[in-house]
Design a protein. Structure first.
Length: 458
């Protein structure tokens, strides 16, 4: 176990939040890790995101009857609203004092992955996830399963007696709860029958539609009865493999991709015994000595969102056109509310390829105005959500959309070891090579250290 409080605090903030915030730098060696954790897990008032206008048409049948021009207008507004929702979620990650909630919401947003165009549905699901992020996993599972976003994305609106749609019934076990290999094809078929009739009305609220529900007996995971959707989820939650599957995924995300099987087993047993208390699980992780062992520090590659928020949290920055952040999300391969598929975003080395690594390492220079952004997102209107790639304005010496408060930063970083603050892992070698590209100023030292491969680790 690492004994340095400074190192432990950096590690905790990199995993339980979106990184060190500017005002926290002086506290890294003054506050105890227990104090930082206490602040992170302290109960705070939940503030739902309410940025999507409520005049959006959410009934597909009605939308399909509109003429082409009206559809175009409506689709454009949907895209604009999704962009605003994306940026609001990003802002919560960046600035919210409820950092652990937002970090957990980021995790669950990738776990319960959906990708739909309806911004009201997206906002409702995001708020459901954020509100329950540190609560009870069973409550979260049921709330997400009944959300219009999930019901639409996995086609349960079309799941009806006599013509069952198995998409949701399969994914709820394979991806959301138990993992592949822990159920049979018969369980998929029988479970899907129990979810028949689950849908949503024109106002976007969950509905159980009796006329579409298969009320005959089903046999699921060894139990037989006239099950409905809630019954199926309850049976899934009684399976210890569910607690193990969720615990291992949380371990990979928050601790290390290389799982310590003994620790994961103990965590999952306690998670199951607590009736799936998420906050209790996270507290156990962050208070355990093994969490702070050297093998777990700097062992994870930052996702694009973690990289971007990490830079912006520690460097006070004015963003003149936040919509530019969408372009960077796309270029780096992680657009909020738009996962690649129902399995969500990848972990680890999947984030790195020849093009994304170069941009990741150049990001501090681009945002500091030292070099222009020379890349453009591919012409993929679906992924761009209708945005123009010309949003990022350029000037000869860089990007004029970001202004970093360097005078303020230089005062705070004066006489501090910059690399010790910014890096989780020590620089390879003696780090002298950084000075070859620096004028010796605090500004250039920070930019250069943020541009090294080691800064990609957390």
């Amino acid at each position: 176990m690492i004994n340095s409080t400074f190192i432990k605090n950096k590690h905790l903030l990199s995993r339980a939040s979106f990184g060190i915030q500017f005002h926290q730098i002086n506290d890294l060696d003054k506050k105890s890790t227990k104090q930082f954790l206490s602040e992170l897990i302290a109960e705070k008032e939940f503030k739902p995101i309410n940025i999507v206008s409520n005049d959006l048409e959410i009934d597909y049948a009605t939308f399909s009857k509109l003429d082409s021009n009206a559809k175009k207008i409506k689709s454009k507004k949907n895209r604009e609203q999704n962009i605003l929702l994306n940026l609001k979620f990003f802002d919560e990650m960046l600035n919210s004092e409820d950092q652990l909630r937002e970090k957990m919401a980021f995790f669950w947003n990738g776990h319960f992955a959906t990708r739909i165009i309806n911004p009201q549905f997206n906002q409702d699901l995001l708020n459901t996830i954020r509100e329950n992020a540190l609560g009870n996993f069973g409550d979260l599972l049921k709330a997400v399963s009944k959300s219009p976003a999930m019901l639409q994305f996995l086609n349960n609106q079309q799941n009806k007696k006599g013509h069952p749609n198995e998409n949701f019934g399969r994914e709820v076990m394979e991806l959301f709860t138990m993992g592949r290999g822990n159920y049979t094809e018969k369980d998929v078929k029988e479970g899907s029958r129990a979810f028949t009739g689950w849908g949503y009305g024109k106002d976007g609220t969950f509905q159980e539609r009796p006329r579409f529900h298969d009320s005959e007996s089903k046999t699921f995971l060894g139990k037989t009865g006239n099950f409905n959707g809630d019954d199926i989820l309850d049976i899934i939650l009684t399976q210890k493999i569910t607690a193990k599957f969720i615990t291992k995924k949380i371990y990979r995300f928050f601790v290390n991709e290389n799982i310590d099987e003994k620790i994961a087993e103990d965590l999952s047993e306690n998670f199951y015994a607590s009736n799936y208390d998420i906050k209790k699980l996270m507290t156990e992780i962050f208070t355990s000595d093994w969490f702070y062992e050297e093998k777990n520090i700097g062992a994870k590659i930052k996702s694009p969102i973690e990289l971007m928020t990490g830079i912006l949290r520690i460097l006070p920055t004015k963003i003149y056109n936040p919509k530019n952040l969408i372009v960077y999300q796309k270029l780096l391969g992680q657009m909020l509310l738009y996962p690649p598929n129902v399995a969500g975003w990848p972990f680890g080395k999947s984030w790195i390829d020849s093009s994304t690594l170069l941009l990741r390492m150049q990001l501090p220079q681009i945002w500091s105005g030292l070099r222009p952004l020379d890349l453009k997102p591919k012409a993929d209107d679906d992924l761009q959500m209708g945005m123009s790639t010309d949003l990022i304005k350029k000037k000869k010496n860089g990007n004029e959309n970001f202004t970093i408060d360097w005078p303020k930063i230089e005062i705070l970083f004066k006489d501090k070891n910059i690399s010790e603050i910014l890096l989780q892992k020590s620089l390879n070698g003696d780090g002298k090579y950084i000075n070859q590209f620096s004028d010796g100023s605090i500004k250039m030292n920070i930019i250069n250290i943020m541009s090294v491969p080691e800064y990609q680790l957390m």
